[in-house]
Design a protein around this ligand. Sequence first.
Ligand code: ATP
Length: 368
Amino acid sequence: MSKSVPAIEVRNVVKSFAEFRAIDNVSLTVESGIFITLLGPSGCGKSTLLRSIAGFLAPDSGSILVGGRDVTALPPHIRPVNMVFQDYALFPHMSVRRNVGFGCEMKGMTRSEIEARVDAMLELIRLPDVGNREPGELSGGQRQRVALARALAPDPVSLLLDEPLGALDLKLRLELQHELKSIQRTTGKTFVFVTHDQDEAMSMSDLVAVMKDGRIEQLGTPRAIYARPATAFVAGFVGAANMLPARVCGIDGARLNLEVEGQNWVVPTDCITGGKSAATGDLVTLVIRPEDVIVGSGPGLGELALSARAREQTFLGGRIHLRCQTANGTSLTLEVRPGSALEGDGILDVYVAQEAVAILVDQKETVK
Ligand code: ATP
Protein backbone atom coordinates (compact mmCIF):
# COMPACT_ATOMS: atom_id res chain seq x y z
CA MET A 1 0.00 0.00 0.00
CA SER A 2 1.21 3.50 -0.80
CA LYS A 3 2.52 5.45 2.18
CA SER A 4 0.14 8.27 1.45
CA VAL A 5 -3.00 6.17 1.94
CA PRO A 6 -3.81 5.90 5.66
CA ALA A 7 -4.16 2.33 6.92
CA ILE A 8 -7.35 3.26 8.79
CA GLU A 9 -9.68 6.22 8.79
CA VAL A 10 -12.50 6.59 11.26
CA ARG A 11 -14.83 9.39 10.21
CA ASN A 12 -17.37 10.86 12.63
CA VAL A 13 -18.32 7.50 14.08
CA VAL A 14 -21.18 7.36 16.58
CA LYS A 15 -22.20 4.12 18.33
CA SER A 16 -24.85 3.92 21.03
CA PHE A 17 -26.17 1.02 23.10
CA ALA A 18 -29.80 1.97 23.84
CA GLU A 19 -29.54 5.52 25.23
CA PHE A 20 -25.83 5.26 26.03
CA ARG A 21 -23.35 6.79 23.59
CA ALA A 22 -20.30 4.53 23.75
CA ILE A 23 -18.57 6.29 20.81
CA ASP A 24 -19.35 9.96 20.50
CA ASN A 25 -18.45 11.28 17.06
CA VAL A 26 -14.88 9.98 16.85
CA SER A 27 -12.59 10.72 13.92
CA LEU A 28 -9.11 9.23 13.69
CA THR A 29 -6.60 8.79 10.89
CA VAL A 30 -3.98 6.07 11.36
CA GLU A 31 -1.06 6.28 8.95
CA SER A 32 0.32 3.07 7.54
CA GLY A 33 3.04 1.24 9.48
CA ILE A 34 2.57 2.81 12.88
CA PHE A 35 1.81 1.39 16.31
CA ILE A 36 -1.10 3.32 17.78
CA THR A 37 -2.71 2.67 21.14
CA LEU A 38 -6.22 3.51 22.29
CA LEU A 39 -5.71 4.24 25.98
CA GLY A 40 -8.34 5.04 28.56
CA PRO A 41 -10.18 3.86 31.66
CA SER A 42 -12.61 0.98 31.66
CA GLY A 43 -15.80 1.83 29.80
CA CYS A 44 -14.41 4.76 27.79
CA GLY A 45 -15.19 3.04 24.47
CA LYS A 46 -11.82 1.59 23.38
CA SER A 47 -13.11 -1.88 22.57
CA THR A 48 -16.25 -0.51 20.95
CA LEU A 49 -14.12 1.59 18.62
CA LEU A 50 -11.82 -1.36 17.82
CA ARG A 51 -14.79 -3.68 17.19
CA SER A 52 -16.34 -1.11 14.92
CA ILE A 53 -13.13 -1.01 12.87
CA ALA A 54 -13.08 -4.82 12.79
CA GLY A 55 -16.72 -4.95 11.69
CA PHE A 56 -18.14 -6.78 14.74
CA LEU A 57 -20.21 -3.69 15.51
CA ALA A 58 -21.98 -1.44 13.02
CA PRO A 59 -21.72 2.30 13.74
CA ASP A 60 -24.99 4.23 13.97
CA SER A 61 -23.43 6.88 11.77
CA GLY A 62 -20.06 7.75 10.31
CA SER A 63 -17.74 5.65 8.19
CA ILE A 64 -14.65 3.47 8.42
CA LEU A 65 -12.01 3.14 5.71
CA VAL A 66 -9.25 0.54 5.60
CA GLY A 67 -6.42 1.08 3.13
CA GLY A 68 -8.45 3.85 1.50
CA ARG A 69 -11.52 1.65 0.93
CA ASP A 70 -14.84 2.27 2.67
CA VAL A 71 -15.57 -0.92 4.62
CA THR A 72 -18.44 0.39 6.76
CA ALA A 73 -20.95 -1.97 5.17
CA LEU A 74 -18.64 -5.01 4.96
CA PRO A 75 -18.76 -7.98 7.36
CA PRO A 76 -15.64 -8.69 9.46
CA HIS A 77 -14.25 -11.58 7.40
CA ILE A 78 -14.16 -9.45 4.24
CA ARG A 79 -12.30 -6.55 5.88
CA PRO A 80 -8.50 -6.52 5.44
CA VAL A 81 -7.95 -6.35 9.22
CA ASN A 82 -7.53 -9.05 11.84
CA MET A 83 -8.19 -8.98 15.53
CA VAL A 84 -6.15 -10.44 18.41
CA PHE A 85 -8.12 -11.00 21.62
CA GLN A 86 -7.11 -11.23 25.25
CA ASP A 87 -8.40 -14.80 25.48
CA TYR A 88 -6.46 -15.88 22.33
CA ALA A 89 -9.57 -17.35 20.62
CA LEU A 90 -7.52 -20.19 19.08
CA PHE A 91 -9.31 -23.28 17.78
CA PRO A 92 -8.58 -25.77 20.60
CA HIS A 93 -8.65 -28.98 18.56
CA MET A 94 -6.59 -27.80 15.65
CA SER A 95 -2.82 -27.99 15.63
CA VAL A 96 -0.86 -24.77 15.91
CA ARG A 97 0.01 -25.06 12.20
CA ARG A 98 -3.65 -25.29 11.19
CA ASN A 99 -4.55 -22.42 13.51
CA VAL A 100 -1.87 -20.22 11.99
CA GLY A 101 -2.76 -21.26 8.44
CA PHE A 102 -6.52 -20.90 8.89
CA GLY A 103 -6.88 -17.37 7.53
CA CYS A 104 -4.69 -18.27 4.55
CA GLU A 105 -6.95 -21.28 3.80
CA MET A 106 -9.97 -18.98 3.91
CA LYS A 107 -8.23 -16.68 1.45
CA GLY A 108 -7.84 -19.60 -0.95
CA MET A 109 -4.04 -19.73 -0.92
CA THR A 110 -2.45 -22.93 -2.26
CA ARG A 111 -1.24 -25.64 0.13
CA SER A 112 2.45 -24.85 -0.55
CA GLU A 113 1.88 -21.10 -0.11
CA ILE A 114 0.14 -21.78 3.21
CA GLU A 115 2.94 -24.08 4.42
CA ALA A 116 5.58 -21.47 3.58
CA ARG A 117 3.59 -18.73 5.24
CA VAL A 118 3.01 -20.79 8.42
CA ASP A 119 6.75 -21.58 8.63
CA ALA A 120 7.59 -17.88 8.28
CA MET A 121 5.06 -16.92 10.96
CA LEU A 122 6.30 -19.54 13.42
CA GLU A 123 9.84 -18.24 12.87
CA LEU A 124 8.63 -14.68 13.40
CA ILE A 125 7.12 -15.54 16.79
CA ARG A 126 10.21 -17.61 17.63
CA LEU A 127 8.24 -20.85 18.09
CA PRO A 128 9.35 -22.90 15.07
CA ASP A 129 8.95 -26.23 16.89
CA VAL A 130 5.39 -26.12 18.26
CA GLY A 131 3.53 -26.52 14.96
CA ASN A 132 2.16 -29.98 15.71
CA ARG A 133 0.95 -29.23 19.22
CA GLU A 134 -2.56 -28.17 20.12
CA PRO A 135 -3.14 -24.83 21.89
CA GLY A 136 -3.89 -26.63 25.19
CA GLU A 137 -0.28 -27.85 25.23
CA LEU A 138 1.13 -24.32 25.22
CA SER A 139 1.69 -21.71 27.93
CA GLY A 140 -0.38 -18.52 27.97
CA GLY A 141 2.46 -16.49 26.47
CA GLN A 142 2.99 -19.07 23.71
CA ARG A 143 -0.73 -19.11 22.93
CA GLN A 144 -0.79 -15.37 22.58
CA ARG A 145 2.19 -15.53 20.20
CA VAL A 146 0.37 -18.14 18.13
CA ALA A 147 -2.74 -15.96 18.07
CA LEU A 148 -0.55 -13.13 16.79
CA ALA A 149 0.93 -15.37 14.09
CA ARG A 150 -2.54 -16.50 13.05
CA ALA A 151 -3.73 -12.90 12.75
CA LEU A 152 -0.67 -11.85 10.74
CA ALA A 153 -0.53 -14.85 8.41
CA PRO A 154 -3.13 -13.67 5.83
CA ASP A 155 -1.22 -10.38 5.54
CA PRO A 156 -3.94 -7.94 6.70
CA VAL A 157 -3.57 -4.17 6.28
CA SER A 158 -3.82 -3.77 10.02
CA LEU A 159 -3.87 -5.79 13.22
CA LEU A 160 -6.38 -4.82 15.89
CA LEU A 161 -5.26 -5.95 19.35
CA ASP A 162 -7.77 -5.84 22.22
CA GLU A 163 -5.82 -5.98 25.51
CA PRO A 164 -3.88 -8.98 24.19
CA LEU A 165 -1.51 -9.08 27.18
CA GLY A 166 -4.17 -8.57 29.85
CA ALA A 167 -4.26 -12.21 30.98
CA LEU A 168 -0.50 -12.56 31.46
CA ASP A 169 1.59 -12.02 34.59
CA LEU A 170 3.74 -8.90 34.78
CA LYS A 171 7.06 -10.47 33.79
CA LEU A 172 5.60 -12.21 30.74
CA ARG A 173 3.64 -9.13 29.89
CA LEU A 174 6.80 -7.01 29.78
CA GLU A 175 8.56 -9.64 27.68
CA LEU A 176 5.67 -9.82 25.20
CA GLN A 177 5.37 -6.04 25.03
CA HIS A 178 8.92 -6.00 23.78
CA GLU A 179 8.29 -8.83 21.37
CA LEU A 180 5.06 -7.38 20.00
CA LYS A 181 6.77 -4.09 19.30
CA SER A 182 9.65 -5.85 17.61
CA ILE A 183 7.25 -7.91 15.43
CA GLN A 184 5.42 -4.73 14.49
CA ARG A 185 8.72 -3.13 13.42
CA THR A 186 9.87 -6.20 11.51
CA THR A 187 6.61 -6.61 9.61
CA GLY A 188 5.92 -2.88 9.17
CA LYS A 189 2.22 -3.60 9.80
CA THR A 190 -0.14 -1.07 11.30
CA PHE A 191 -1.04 -2.11 14.85
CA VAL A 192 -4.02 -0.65 16.68
CA PHE A 193 -3.64 -1.71 20.28
CA VAL A 194 -6.12 -1.28 23.14
CA THR A 195 -5.09 -1.04 26.78
CA HIS A 196 -6.00 0.74 30.00
CA ASP A 197 -2.39 0.47 31.18
CA GLN A 198 -0.58 3.75 30.61
CA ASP A 199 2.91 2.26 31.01
CA GLU A 200 2.13 -0.30 28.33
CA ALA A 201 0.80 2.40 26.02
CA MET A 202 3.76 4.70 26.63
CA SER A 203 6.43 2.05 26.13
CA MET A 204 5.06 0.48 22.95
CA SER A 205 3.36 3.13 20.88
CA ASP A 206 4.33 5.61 18.19
CA LEU A 207 1.05 7.40 18.90
CA VAL A 208 -1.40 7.27 21.76
CA ALA A 209 -5.08 8.26 21.55
CA VAL A 210 -6.30 8.94 25.09
CA MET A 211 -10.04 8.25 25.30
CA LYS A 212 -12.65 9.40 27.79
CA ASP A 213 -16.44 9.07 27.66
CA GLY A 214 -16.50 7.85 24.05
CA ARG A 215 -14.27 10.61 22.72
CA ILE A 216 -10.59 11.01 21.90
CA GLU A 217 -9.33 13.49 24.45
CA GLN A 218 -5.82 13.80 23.00
CA LEU A 219 -3.81 12.20 20.20
CA GLY A 220 -0.05 12.46 20.27
CA THR A 221 3.29 10.77 20.77
CA PRO A 222 3.83 9.24 24.23
CA ARG A 223 6.29 12.05 25.02
CA ALA A 224 3.90 14.78 23.96
CA ILE A 225 1.00 13.26 25.87
CA TYR A 226 3.14 13.04 29.00
CA ALA A 227 4.91 16.38 28.79
CA ARG A 228 2.19 18.44 27.10
CA PRO A 229 -1.15 17.03 28.28
CA ALA A 230 -4.06 18.91 26.75
CA THR A 231 -6.49 18.33 29.62
CA ALA A 232 -6.42 17.61 33.34
CA PHE A 233 -7.81 14.14 32.63
CA VAL A 234 -4.93 13.27 30.29
CA ALA A 235 -2.38 14.76 32.71
CA GLY A 236 -3.66 12.55 35.52
CA PHE A 237 -4.24 9.42 33.48
CA VAL A 238 -0.77 9.07 31.98
CA GLY A 239 1.24 9.62 35.16
CA ALA A 240 1.46 11.34 38.50
CA ALA A 241 0.74 15.05 38.08
CA ASN A 242 0.88 18.04 40.39
CA MET A 243 -1.88 20.50 39.61
CA LEU A 244 -1.15 24.01 40.83
CA PRO A 245 -3.78 26.71 40.47
CA ALA A 246 -2.46 29.99 39.03
CA ARG A 247 -3.77 33.24 37.60
CA VAL A 248 -2.69 35.06 34.45
CA CYS A 249 -1.61 38.57 35.51
CA GLY A 250 -0.51 39.75 32.10
CA ILE A 251 0.73 38.72 28.67
CA ASP A 252 3.74 40.35 27.12
CA GLY A 253 4.34 38.99 23.62
CA ALA A 254 5.45 35.40 24.06
CA ARG A 255 5.69 35.68 27.83
CA LEU A 256 2.96 34.84 30.27
CA ASN A 257 3.00 36.53 33.64
CA LEU A 258 1.53 34.24 36.26
CA GLU A 259 0.68 34.54 39.90
CA VAL A 260 1.27 31.20 41.55
CA GLU A 261 1.41 30.44 45.26
CA GLY A 262 1.56 34.19 45.97
CA GLN A 263 4.54 34.74 43.67
CA ASN A 264 5.08 36.05 40.18
CA TRP A 265 6.41 33.64 37.60
CA VAL A 266 7.07 34.43 33.96
CA VAL A 267 6.89 31.51 31.52
CA PRO A 268 6.72 31.24 27.71
CA THR A 269 3.17 31.29 26.31
CA ASP A 270 3.94 28.07 24.48
CA CYS A 271 3.71 26.26 27.82
CA ILE A 272 -0.06 26.47 27.21
CA THR A 273 -1.26 23.14 25.82
CA GLY A 274 -4.26 21.92 23.84
CA GLY A 275 -4.04 24.66 21.20
CA LYS A 276 -5.63 27.14 23.62
CA SER A 277 -4.74 30.71 24.46
CA ALA A 278 -5.05 32.64 27.70
CA ALA A 279 -6.20 36.12 28.62
CA THR A 280 -5.28 38.33 31.54
CA GLY A 281 -7.35 37.35 34.57
CA ASP A 282 -7.81 33.71 33.51
CA LEU A 283 -7.49 31.03 36.12
CA VAL A 284 -5.22 28.29 34.81
CA THR A 285 -3.80 25.01 36.08
CA LEU A 286 -0.09 24.29 36.04
CA VAL A 287 0.74 20.62 35.47
CA ILE A 288 4.11 19.65 36.90
CA ARG A 289 5.43 16.07 37.04
CA PRO A 290 6.91 14.93 40.39
CA GLU A 291 10.33 14.30 38.81
CA ASP A 292 10.40 17.93 37.63
CA VAL A 293 10.14 19.31 41.16
CA ILE A 294 13.78 19.66 42.05
CA VAL A 295 15.01 19.82 45.63
CA GLY A 296 18.04 22.03 45.53
CA SER A 297 20.09 25.01 46.45
CA GLY A 298 18.87 28.24 44.94
CA PRO A 299 16.67 28.85 41.91
CA GLY A 300 18.19 28.69 38.44
CA LEU A 301 17.31 31.32 35.87
CA GLY A 302 13.53 31.67 35.50
CA GLU A 303 12.71 28.90 37.96
CA LEU A 304 9.75 28.96 40.33
CA ALA A 305 10.96 28.65 43.93
CA LEU A 306 8.63 27.15 46.52
CA SER A 307 8.87 26.07 50.09
CA ALA A 308 7.26 22.70 50.81
CA ARG A 309 6.74 20.74 53.98
CA ALA A 310 7.22 16.99 53.59
CA ARG A 311 4.20 14.97 54.78
CA GLU A 312 4.45 11.36 53.67
CA GLN A 313 6.40 9.02 51.46
CA THR A 314 5.33 6.35 49.00
CA PHE A 315 8.00 3.80 48.21
CA LEU A 316 7.90 2.85 44.51
CA GLY A 317 10.94 0.61 44.19
CA GLY A 318 13.61 2.62 42.43
CA ARG A 319 12.13 5.94 43.57
CA ILE A 320 10.13 7.52 46.35
CA HIS A 321 7.24 9.91 45.95
CA LEU A 322 7.37 12.49 48.72
CA ARG A 323 4.03 14.18 49.29
CA CYS A 324 4.49 17.74 50.52
CA GLN A 325 2.38 20.79 51.19
CA THR A 326 3.26 24.30 50.04
CA ALA A 327 2.92 27.37 52.30
CA ASN A 328 -0.49 27.96 50.63
CA GLY A 329 -1.64 24.46 51.50
CA THR A 330 -1.37 23.07 47.95
CA SER A 331 -0.37 19.44 47.74
CA LEU A 332 2.90 18.90 45.87
CA THR A 333 4.49 15.52 45.17
CA LEU A 334 8.14 15.25 44.31
CA GLU A 335 10.37 12.34 43.47
CA VAL A 336 13.48 11.41 45.40
CA ARG A 337 15.83 8.47 45.29
CA PRO A 338 15.62 5.81 48.00
CA GLY A 339 18.33 6.39 50.60
CA SER A 340 18.44 10.16 50.12
CA ALA A 341 18.33 12.24 53.28
CA LEU A 342 14.89 13.75 52.62
CA GLU A 343 12.65 12.38 55.32
CA GLY A 344 10.23 13.31 58.06
CA ASP A 345 8.30 16.56 58.03
CA GLY A 346 11.21 18.86 57.18
CA ILE A 347 10.77 22.00 55.09
CA LEU A 348 12.31 21.76 51.65
CA ASP A 349 13.24 24.42 49.12
CA VAL A 350 12.05 23.17 45.75
CA TYR A 351 12.34 24.54 42.22
CA VAL A 352 10.50 24.10 38.95
CA ALA A 353 12.00 25.02 35.57
CA GLN A 354 9.90 26.85 32.98
CA GLU A 355 10.19 24.02 30.46
CA ALA A 356 8.76 21.56 32.99
CA VAL A 357 5.34 23.18 33.18
CA ALA A 358 2.29 22.53 31.02
CA ILE A 359 -0.47 25.09 31.38
CA LEU A 360 -4.11 24.11 31.08
CA VAL A 361 -6.50 26.88 30.24
CA ASP A 362 -9.54 24.97 31.32
CA GLN A 363 -11.20 27.41 33.67
CA LYS A 364 -12.47 30.46 31.91
CA GLU A 365 -13.82 32.37 34.90
CA THR A 366 -12.11 35.68 35.43
CA VAL A 367 -10.81 36.67 38.82
CA LYS A 368 -11.22 40.29 39.84
P1 ATP B 1 -12.73 -2.03 29.14
O1 ATP B 1 -11.32 -1.56 29.27
O2 ATP B 1 -13.40 -2.27 30.44
O3 ATP B 1 -12.92 -3.12 28.15
P2 ATP B 1 -13.62 -0.12 27.11
O4 ATP B 1 -13.02 1.23 27.15
O5 ATP B 1 -13.09 -1.06 26.10
O6 ATP B 1 -13.57 -0.74 28.56
P3 ATP B 1 -16.15 -0.62 25.90
O7 ATP B 1 -16.10 -2.10 26.06
O8 ATP B 1 -15.91 -0.07 24.56
O9 ATP B 1 -15.17 0.09 26.92
O10 ATP B 1 -17.56 -0.12 26.44
C1 ATP B 1 -17.93 1.23 26.40
C2 ATP B 1 -19.26 1.38 27.08
O11 ATP B 1 -20.28 0.77 26.29
C3 ATP B 1 -19.33 0.71 28.44
O12 ATP B 1 -20.09 1.53 29.31
C4 ATP B 1 -20.05 -0.58 28.18
O13 ATP B 1 -20.78 -0.98 29.30
C5 ATP B 1 -20.95 -0.22 27.02
N1 ATP B 1 -21.17 -1.38 26.14
C6 ATP B 1 -20.23 -2.02 25.42
N2 ATP B 1 -20.78 -3.03 24.70
C7 ATP B 1 -22.10 -3.03 24.99
C8 ATP B 1 -23.21 -3.82 24.57
N3 ATP B 1 -23.06 -4.83 23.69
N4 ATP B 1 -24.42 -3.52 25.08
C9 ATP B 1 -24.58 -2.51 25.95
N5 ATP B 1 -23.58 -1.72 26.38
C10 ATP B 1 -22.35 -1.97 25.92
